[in-house]
Design a protein around this ligand. Structure first.
Ligand code: ADP
Ligand code: ASP
Ligand code: MG
Length: 411
């Protein structure tokens, strides 16, 4: 008998038939004698719809209230799934993040889990119940406020619950049947991976492969939780995210990812002297706005441009912070560009190979794709390009690094 945590994403609980499908799958695990904790997302489209309503009512909705609103999506699905399981004769109980004590810090809309208390979960499991936990939400114990964990946060809820309970595995059920060499919805030659290391998955998630939220992989690596990414529509083996091992494919580039969720901001004509960057980025950090790439160009005379990217969702807030700072610094103007995307290649094999970045730039330039910003890490290279070239760039890089599968079925 094992203890499994299963997470079902928005598409897997997208309508009542799909909720029945999930309930049948859970029931089967129970029949096999396993203890099951299920973590669910809101029904597909719900979180987007709730966000849209808030933004229709206010330009910068209050973040505490946004969390109260967004958490309702998952509350609907936990209740619907528990109702279905109970009606099928499988005893089940739903728990919100507050009820099962998913404790977080106070950062509304992007809270971090500090602890998951397991007493309530264990009690329900000991009573022979399936526990259905709301993903994406927690509670700040200092204030009792509801918090949410950032888009895609149910993955992190699931892994955190699995780590706290010492579960044997954490299964992430989604609308694709595993982790691929790139998004299979963008590149039909993407290949399904049998295994991927925590480190590669961390980088892929950090540069936009939304199949797993980055924090879920951080938790899994820290607590040694094996993640199995698979489809809720089949019984096929998916992809195991585990510690790096000899058995893994020895390739330079393991995957290609893209991210359309960033915007570029340029502060033009700032004096080129010490302290300017500290002032700009200090102001953004104070407001908890995460900056990704940064480039400083030396301009004419003693003036420079500072260009950086922030999440599109934070752009309005970022501009509200930056405009007064730019004025104070004597900058000429501030520009924002939302028509950009970031494409990245990731692979632990890069540690021992030179020239990978050059190969990437060359592949992009052959298609006439201009690179606006570059950043690298030990196992990743990212380029900011015009958004309209995203899909082309992904396919070109996938091919250039030998990732295309042959015609026919996936391995
Ligand atoms: P869920 O709602 O189940 O959490 P998500 O939409 O968050 O699902 O994540 C699954 C999606 O991630 C897939 O539909 C796919 O388009 C996208 N994706 C991006 N990169 C990859 C990749 N390398 N492998 C698999 N899926 C990927
Ligand atoms: N419902 C949330 C979202 O759409 C959390 C999740 O699905 O993981 O981002
Ligand atoms: Mg997701």
């Amino acid at each position: 008998m094992a203890l499994v945590v299963q997470k079902y994403g928005g598409t897997s609980v997208g309508d009542l038939d799909r909720i029945r499908n999930v309930a049948r799958r859970v029931a089967r695990y129970r029949e096999e004698g396993h203890d099951v904790v299920v973590v669910v997302s809101a029904m597909a489209g719900t979180t987007d719809r709730l966000l849209q309503m808030a933004h229709d009512l206010a330009e910068l909705p209050d973040e505490r209230e946004l969390d109260v609103l967004l958490a309702t999506g998952e509350q609907v699905t936990i209740a619907l799934l528990a109702i279905t399981l109970n009606a099928m004769g499988v005893p089940a109980v739903s728990m919100t993040g507050f009820q099962c004590r998913v404790l977080t810090d106070a950062s509304h809309t992007k809270a971090r889990i500090s602890q998951v208390e397991t007493e309530g979960l264990r009690r329900a499991l000991d009573q022979g119940k399936v526990v259905v936990v709301a993903g994406f939400q927690g509670v700040d114990p200092a204030t009792g406020n509801i918090t949410t964990l950032g888009r895609g946060g149910s993955d992190t809820s699931a892994v955190a619950v699995a780590a706290a309970l010492g579960a044997d595995a954490c299964e992430i059920y989604t609308d694709v049947d595993g982790v691929y060499t790139t998004d299979p919805n963008v590149c039909e030659r993407a290949r399904k991976l049998k295994r991927i290391s925590y480190d590669e998955m961390l980088e892929l998630a950090s540069v936009g492969a939304k199949v797993l939220q980055i924090r879920s992989v951080e938790f899994a690596k820290k607590f040694g939780v094996p993640i199995h990414v698979r489809s809720s529509f089949s019984d096929d083996e998916g992809t195991w995210v585990v510690e790096e091992s000899e058995e893994m494919e020895q390739v330079v580039v393991a995957g290609v990812a893209y991210d359309r969720n960033e915007a570029k901001v340029s502060v033009r004509g700032v004096p080129d002297r010490p302290g300017i960057a500290a002032k700009i980025f200090g102001a953004l950090a104070e407001r908890n706005i995460v900056v990704d790439m940064i480039v400083q160009d030396v301009g004419e005379g003693d003036r420079a441009s500072m260009t950086f990217t922030v999440p599109k969702a934070d752009l309005k807030r970022a501009l509200a912070v930056i405009e007064p700072v730019a004025e104070e610094l004597g900058a000429t103007h501030v520009e924002a560009d939302t028509g950009i995307a970031k494409v990245s290649i990731v692979g632990v094999g890069m540690r021992s190979h030179a020239g990978v970045a050059a190969q990437m730039f060359e592949a992009l330039s052959r298609e006439g794709i201009n690179v606006m910003m570059i950043s690298t890490s030990e196992i990743k290279v990212s380029c900011v390009i015009e958004e309209k070239y995203t899909e082309l760039a992904v396919r070109v890089l996938h091919s250039a690094f030998g990732l295309d599968r042959e015609n026919g079925a996936n391995a």
